[in-house]
Design a protein around this ligand. Structure first.
Ligand code: SF4
Length: 512
């Protein structure tokens, strides 16, 4: 424990620890301390007296131990660009980036998290193994199984475990999908966290909506809702230490007792507690006056909703079957509940999108603005990035020039009606697409991206030096019948279902 941290569990120490582990976060401490998965997996290891574990971040100034002397370094990778920080940290530790340059005496280096669960192949040369899927408990099992085994014997052994991928040994790996019996919450509350002193609790994992582009949904199916009583016990524990809570889940309102969870918090607010609550996301069609009343009581002034696409046809294409009426109804409820504004999240460059879809988005924005005068309406846009294991994994992305043109047009048109719109980096989304659909030919390219500074120019320069056709990974439609680099990962739904969904969704015609 360090200054400013409250631990909600009891670490176990022993003079006879069998394994030394560094839990490495490829980002600053503040982000790590707001990362529920990272903290929970750290807690799992810290509660085991046979394991000595320390946290390390990209901005950790000094480590109390020499990283070269530990048994394992575990990285958690949540974002495509995390590899840059992984390389930076390994270099700082004095550890060669490529595993082929690390001998028997170097620690075993592995990674888990959504990036490598979806497609670990671009990173195969850097990690000894990967955890594919939910990391709870498997980390401990893997780490403990090292005792008495040399590196090669150990890697061969763990390659037989579900959810462990050892490059060059594993042929097929089954993604680990854990039955959620315990509620996951931030076991460390810290004033150094990005979400300062916030207690985050997981309410549901996965999302049954299966939007065609959505990795968060497809990678975490089936939707699993945590037990209501256990969520309440977790909230009681957190609220003893802080009044800032956050409910986490890709589809929170799908929890059958989401209304009761909100009511429980509301009752505590009504009895005088000053609770600040935030939520990760809500579906437009599940907003009710009761839920918004709780949000308001917990200090929220605005609400953020993802509608993804401006036209009804495109919302069908992505499987977000949300009608114009449902959007207006949600704004109505929010306004009546006394909230001050709405931020809509949208995406441009969705497969099959054309000018009419963009015009329909502008019309929707205009109609909202004129019907809800004085209500603050804004838009945030990202661009479509194809992700493995989704029905849109075969779809190439629109080229950056055309996306830039669309974004300038949208910005201008929305500005005319007094709506602000911000856009995620179109260029960085292009490189994300390269990484998401990349393969093991990218290793040297990635090293040089890092060496050239990690910015967009570095990607371009490195691609040129290594003769990598990055447009192939980012822009081209992949043939449905060809193998994909991540086909060896077994999860549900299977590839045949994704193909059917791909065909069904992309065939929504105008007025269908
Ligand atoms: S509703 Fe949101 S989380 Fe669920 S599948 Fe769609 S985009 Fe993903």
């Amino acid at each position: 424990m360090t200054d400013g941290e409250i631990l909600l569990y009891a670490p176990k120490f022993s003079a006879y620890t069998k394994s030394k582990v560094l839990m490495a976060f490829p980002g600053p401490e503040s982000f790590a301390l707001s990362s529920l998965g990272y903290l929970w997996l750290f807690k799992d290891l810290d509660e085991d007296e046979e394991i000595w574990v320390k946290r390390v971040y990209s901005d950790t100034a000094q480590l109390s131990t020499n990283p070269k002397t530990v048994d394992f370094i575990a990285f958690s990778m949540s974002f495509d660009m995390d590899f840059l920080k992984v390389f930076e940290m390994l270099e700082k530790f004095g550890i060669p980036l490529k595993k082929s340059e690390r001998g028997e005496d170097f620690p075993l280096i592995f990674a888990g998290g959504p990036v490598v669960t979806a497609n670990p192949t671009p990173y195969e040369e850097f990690f000894d193994f990967f955890i594919i899927g939910d990391g709870e408990k498997i980390n401990t099992e893997v780490i403990k199984s090292k005792e008495g085994r040399g590196k090669t014997e150990f890697l061969e052994y763990i390659s037989t475990l579900d959810g462990v991928y050892v490059p060059n040994i594993t042929k097929k790996v089954k993604k680990r999908t854990k039955k959620l019996e315990e509620v996951i919450y931030t076991p460390i509350i810290s004033d150094k966290a990005f979400f300062k002193n916030t207690f985050i609790v997981e309410v549901a994992r996965g999302c049954a909506n299966r939007c065609g582009f959505c990795l968060a949904s497809y990678l975490n199916l089936p939707l699993r809702c945590l037990d209501f009583d256990k969520i309440i016990s977790a909230l009681d524990l957190g609220l003893k230490h802080t009044k800032k809570i956050a409910l986490l889940g890709a589809q929170l309102s799908a929890h059958p007792r989401f209304g009761d969870i909100c009511e429980y918090i509301h009752n505590r607010v009504k009895s005088g507690e000053q609770i600040e609550m935030s939520v990760s996301s809500l579906r437009v069609d599940t907003i009710t006056p009761e839920i918004l009343e709780v949000f308001k009581a917990c200090g929220q002034k605005n609400i953020t909703l993802a509608i993804e696409a401006g036209s009804e046809r495109l919302r069908k294409v992505i499987n977000k079957n949300l009608t114009r009426e449902q959007i207006f109804k949600a704004v109505d409820i929010a306004k009546n509940a006394g909230l001050k504004g709405f931020k809509f999240y949208g995406m441009i460059g969705i497969p099959t999108e054309d000018d009419e879809d963009i015009e329909e988005l502008i019309t929707l924005a205009k109609d909202l603005k004129s019907q809800y005068k004085g209500f603050n309406i804004s838009f945030g846009f990202s661009t479509f990035v194809p992700k493995p294991h989704t029905p849109f994994q075969w779809c190439g992305r629109e080229n950056s020039k055309s996306l830039e043109k669309k974004s300038r047009y949208l910005k201008k048109e929305l500005h005319k009606i007094g709506i602000t719109a911000d856009f995620s980096g179109i260029n960085s989304d292009y490189w994300q697409a390269v990484l998401s659909r990349g393969d093991n030919t990218l290793a040297d390219f990635l090293i040089d991206v890092y060496k050239f500074g990690g910015k967009s120019g570095a990607f371009k320069k490195s691609a040129k030096e290594h003769n990598i056709d990055t447009d192939h990974f980012a822009l081209q439609d992949f043939d449905l019948e060809n193998p994909l680099p991540w086909d060896f990962i077994e999860l549900n739904p299977k590839k045949d279902f994704l193909k059917q969904e791909h065909d069904r969704l992309l065939n929504y015609k105008k007025n269908s």
